[in-house]
Design a protein around this ligand. Sequence first.
Ligand code: ATP
Length: 288
Amino acid sequence: MENVIELKNVTKKFKGFSVNNINLQVKRGFVTGFIGANGAGKSTTIKTMMNLLKPDAGEVKLFGLDYKTHEKEIKERIGFVYDGNIFFEGLNLKDIKRIVAPAYKHWDDTLFDQYVEQFELPLNKAIKTFSKGMQMKASLAIALSHHAELIIMDEPTAGLDPIFRRELLDLLQELMVDGNRTIFFSTHITTDLDRIADYIAFIQKGKLVFNQSIHDVAENYALVKGELNLLDRDTEKAFVHIHRASTGFEALTDNIKAVKNIFGDTVIIERASLEDIMYYFKGGIHHA
Ligand SMILES: Nc1ncnc2c1ncn2[C@@H]1O[C@H](COP(=O)(O)OP(=O)(O)OP(=O)(O)O)[C@@H](O)[C@H]1O
């Protein structure tokens, strides 16, 4: 399977924070959701994918190509959407189209007009008068209008009302039908991912915790509930992190088989949501 995005040992250091040794492969034809707490390094990682930040170490390849030699070709094949206005604020969408369209070989005016209408965007109003959601829609309309093979989005659903969010997810699903397109996007709204993601990449404190199919995540992680007296130094090893309360414990495991072997039916095992997984990992990794 071809990797559309490939990060190899990518490191980017800021004062007080670094994205560390990221190895991430994104396969063609799938939707990958990129999750992680505030400040985990999602935007930083995405910026290295877009060549907006140069890594201090490691290698970034898009479509198997290097930015050093193929920047224009790579950018041509990507639709990039992010939170924040990339366009000169005084311009309206008509002006922006005039500027942006010639930069793309596969720019499609009809498609652009169609999205502008679908997203109910005014063509003649300055972008600075747009609401946050409208700016996101404008950014999306442009990103989708040049037949990009890869769509990279940094929190595209942030600032969108629930109805448009749903419509956007439907639209993204439609875009995936041809099987050749790839979507990689970060989000805090993990329930969006249940609807459309095939893979989940999870970053914490600048380190990639996993990049797994949503099916594997469900198979590998579970919430376990039981009485406190079941816990000891050995049995605790089956868990990523444990929360104790006077009424019992609740813990996340990444080894369901071990939990079944150790505890049998003395514990309750439940499906862990992505939120559960993020929450427990934040508590620190118990058996690391
Ligand atoms: N240009 C920069 N200079 C210094 N520090 C930076 C710079 N860009 C990002 N950081 C720091 O890197 C850390 C990670 O930021 P990043 O925006 O990648 O996180 P994120 O996962 O996208 O967070 P959020 O979900 O809040 O958007 C933060 O602590 C941030 O302050």
